[in-house]
Ligand binder design. Structure first.
Ligand code: SF4
Ligand code: SF4
Length: 393
């Protein structure tokens, strides 16, 4: 296993264990299997275990496994505060204590504000006094590193990075998201500021392995080095020095071993020009199906009416790659479940954004198409419910 450093100079394994996707029997995690996999991962040197308050049963399961096997001091736990549920500091405190109880620990190594979407989100938490709460937790040693996880655009990411003295952050990043989400620009920005970056969704929830178009599969089959789709995706990440740790939701020993092999063998700068060309070819074949040529640059932002334009296009494009269900979920998460909603339907068609788009996109027309597919009756209901909760709670 290779290790990269956190902000305090401690080693983090370049491969982290994402604890969201354990195998289940009905509604319950298969504890025998989960224990076998986690203990195998620990023996092979993986020391970073990522969970969250909202990952059903996950905190309880890993807490039990770590305690039973006496490995707490060998590993690092990352878990998350569902900040969107926090109405006051007492709620944050209550959730934090519950998480420690579930995890059977009195400290959390890496604590994240879960799904911090933009600076407004953070300002809302600041107004509740979250900074003083974090300071107290860090001073008492109950939180060792504080960070946030992020789904949004580069333009939303950089102000968040600048807004606080973060110890680390977590972004969605893979070869398909090189210029969407926080993107390469966001990753490099954080790294320049000395903030370690944890990567989630290296395989886009498995889509870069299981749902590749025929042309992409043919490119991989023709690889002279015989690498799998997953290996290529991980190698693309490990090749970049700004990447600290890559999370993978592993649920079989074979998968763990394949990922460990890649994590052990791939060093910064080890991809050749031919490797990069191969990954570029795979990416192009996937992207040839997308609907709008938005690069996520953010030059069209801010919209005076609050529309998250790159976000809407990113989700609209996701339909071709990952299906309507996932695209709609992502759209809901990133345009409604945030401090200020940014739905496509807020567009008044003023046209200001189109003057700034380097791709010369017909933004108004494309937004209208995106709205029709993404804003379902369920979306509208949730939007109303969230608005009501904000007004009266
Ligand atoms: S056209 Fe729509 S999206 Fe563009 S700036 Fe105006 S309101 Fe915002
Ligand atoms: S300016 Fe154009 S390409 Fe850039 S994010 Fe906006 S719509 Fe997309």
């Amino acid at each position: 296993m290779q290790y990269r450093k956190d902000k305090n100079g401690e080693d983090i394994s370049v491969l982290g264990f994402g604890c969201m996707r354990f195998v289940k029997n009905g509604n319950k995690i298969d504890m025998k299997l989960a224990e076998e996999q986690i203990m195998h991962a620990i023996e092979q040197g993986i020391n970073y275990y990522d969970t969250a308050y909202i990952y059903s049963g996950s905190e309880v399961a890993i807490g039990e496994i770590f305690e039973k096997n006496h490995v707490r001091e060998k590993i690092k736990i990352a878990t998350k505060l569902p900040q969107y549920l926090v109405k006051n500091i007492d709620t944050a405190e209550k959730i934090f204590r519950e998480e420690c109880k579930r995890l059977r620990t009195d400290y959390i190594d890496y604590y994240l504000m879960h799904m911090l979407g933009d600076i407004d989100n953070w300002n809302k938490l600041k107004a509740l006094g979250i900074e003083a709460w974090i300071a107290e937790k860090k001073a008492s040693g109950k939180i060792r590193n504080i960070g946030f996880s992020f789904h949004g655009t580069t333009a939303q990411f950089t102000p968040l990075i600048d807004a606080y003295d973060w110890d680390f952050c977590q972004i969605q990043y893979n070869y398909l998201d090189e210029h969407t989400q926080a993107g390469r620009a966001g990753l490099q920005y954080a790294a320049r500021k000395g903030i370690p970056v944890i990567i989630m969704e290296p395989l886009r929830g498995g889509r870069l392995v299981n749902q590749l178009p025929g042309k992409a599969k043919a490119c991989i089959a023709a690889d002279e080095k015989g690498r799998s789709a997953a290996t290529l995706a991980f190698q693309w990440l490990y090749n970049q020095p700004e990447v600290t740790c890559v999370l993978s939701g592993m649920n079989s020993i074979e998968m763990i071993d394949e990922n460990i092999k890649t994590a052990t063998e791939t060093t910064v700068g080890s991809l050749t020009k031919a490797d990069e060309a191969l990954i570029g070819e795979i990416r192009d074949s996937i992207l040839s199906d997308v609907k709008v040529g938005c690069t996520g640059c953010g030059y069209c932002q801010p919209c005076p009416f609050g529309v998250s334009i790159p976000q809407a296009f990113q989700c609209y494009n996701m339909i071709a790659l990952e299906g309507k269900g996932r695209a709609r979920r992502e759209y809901m998460q990133t345009t409604v479940l945030r401090a200020n909603p940014g739905s496509a339907s807020q567009c008044t068609k003023c046209g200001k954004c189109e003057q700034h788009c380097p791709q010369h996109l017909e933004i108004r027309k494309e937004l209208e198409k995106a709205r029709k597919v993404l804003e379902t009756p369920v979306y509208k209901f949730v939007r109303k419910a969230v608005k009501w909760l904000r007004l009266y709670h």
